[in-house]
Design a protein around this ligand. Sequence first.
Ligand code: COA
Length: 189
Amino acid sequence: MNVRIDVSNIKLETDRLILRPFQEEDLTDFYAYASVPGVGEMAGWTHHTSMEESKKILDIFLQEKKTFAIINKESKQVIGSLGLEEYDEEYFKEYEDQRGLELGYVLSKEYWGKGLMPEAVHRVIEFLFDEKNLDFITCAHFIQNSQSRRVIEKNGFQFVCEGVYDGKIGKFEDRNYILRKEDYRNGKI
Ligand SMILES: CC(C)(COP(=O)(O)OP(=O)(O)OC[C@H]1O[C@@H](n2cnc3c(N)ncnc32)[C@H](O)[C@@H]1OP(=O)(O)O)[C@@H](O)C(=O)NCCC(=O)NCCS
C-alpha cells in the first residue's frame, strides 16, 4: 500500500549534499535547472518556459510536502529534487499488505555524472527504512533513460516488470524496480 511521508522539518545530509523541504526562496534555483530543455522531459514533464510556471510547481511542492530540495553544500544552491511519490499499485500487487512509496528525482544538467543522485537516493533509502520503517521502495525509468537506470542499479533495486507510464506529455514504456527492506538490511546494497 502507498504510504505518505511528510518531509516538513526533515533535513538529511550526505558528504556533498543537504536534502530539506523546498522553500519559496528556492524559486530562482529551481527555474534555473527546470528550464533547461531535455531534463524534465526524461522524467515526464516539459522544461519550464517562465518563472511563473516554476512558481506554480514550487507552490505545489510547498503544499504537498513530499519533495526534498537537493542542495549542493559547496555552492549552497538547489540543484535538484527528490520526491516521495505514489507508486503504481498495479505493478506491485503482491506487496499490497506492505508499506511503500516511489522515488522520483531530477538533477540540474550542470551536475550530471558526479554520482550526486545515487548519493542522495542512498541517504533517502536509509531514512525511509531506518527511520520510517517502510517495507519497500520502488523506482521507475523510461526505457531509454539509461542515466536513471544507473542510479537505480547503483542503489541495489531489483527489476520487477515493464509497464506504461501515461503522463502529461504522453505515454512511455517504462521499467519498474523494487528495493525491499530485507534486502537492504541483509546488506545487499
Ligand atoms: C538521472 C539523473 C538524476 C542521474 O543523476 P547523476 O547524479 O548524474 O547520476 P550518476 O552520476 O550516477 O550518472 C548516471 C549515469 O549517467 C550517465 N552520465 C554521466 N554523465 C553524463 C552526462 N554529462 N550526460 C549524460 N549522461 C551522463 C552515465 O552513464 C552514468 O552512469 P555511470 O556512472 O555508470 O557511468 C540525471 O541524469 C537527471 O537528472 N536526468 C534527468 C531527469 C531524470 O531522468 N530523472 C529520472 C526520471 S526516472
